[in-house]
Design a protein around this ligand. Structure first.
Ligand SMILES: [Fe+2]
Length: 216
């Protein structure tokens, strides 16, 4: 919101459970080369039914860290065949939903992205997909826990116009979510209305929209 200081400074750490800490270390430390930077031996920290656990961290650059919990002797009940060790789903849940949750780590450029591609391709976890999106190029694989990992580079800076567009999209989404069945068509129509409402306040005048019969 305007005037609200933006005080946060990126990701300190994201944390996941693992049932296979040996493979997790093999993937992140040995294959990718992310140093282990911190670990906690949490013996008897929790209540009586809480297993002892190890909480360990990998440096993912920029002072940010990826952390794991390993709980001695705990095996969660296995339900479903899709997903990762934290979230499992039955076969009728579509792949687009199951694979939507992931961690993306950025690198400075193409050379570095290809270096991580080389490291993964020579490991037990080769790159599954390399793709260019609108503004980024990414490689993807799944770690030994089933978590999708993306490594990405910027193809170009995101422009202020794209940030403006993002805010229009989200404001339109919030408006159409009040409908019984929100749709993309409704969102796009609402977004067009918001553009017309707000265009007068933008620094660069919006082009005049044609009215009446089209002219050649
Ligand atoms: Fe992503």
């Amino acid at each position: 919101m305007a005037g609200t200081p933006h005080l946060v400074r990126g990701v300190d750490h994201v944390a996941y459970p693992t049932l296979d800490p040996a493979a997790t270390v093999a993937f992140y430390r040995d294959a990718l080369g992310f140093p282990v930077v911190h670990s906690i031996c949490a013996a008897g920290w929790g209540p009586a039914d809480h297993p002892d656990f190890i909480h360990f961290f990998f440096d993912i650059g920029n002072g940010d860290r990826l952390a794991f919990f390993y709980y001695f002797g705990y095996e969660p009940p296995r339900r479903g065949v899709k997903g990762d060790v934290y979230a499992r789903f039955e076969d009728d849940v579509p792949d687009f939903f199951v694979s939507s949750r992931h961690l993306a780590i950025h690198v400075d450029g193409e050379t570095d992205l290809m270096e991580y591609r080389r490291r993964l391709d020579s490991s037990r976890w080769p790159v599954e997909l390399q793709v260019q999106h609108e503004t980024i190029e990414s490689i993807y694989t799944h770690d030994p826990n089933g978590y999708m990992v993306e490594i990405t580079r910027a193809l170009r800076p995101v422009t202020p116009q794209e940030d403006l567009d993002a805010n229009l999209t989200i404001d339109a989404l919030l408006d159409v979510l009040r409908a019984d069945r929100p749709t993309m068509d409704a969102l796009l129509a609402r977004k067009a209305e918001l553009i017309l409402e707000r265009a007068a306040g933008w620094a660069v005048p919006a082009p005049k929209l044609a009215t009446g019969a089209p002219t050649r």
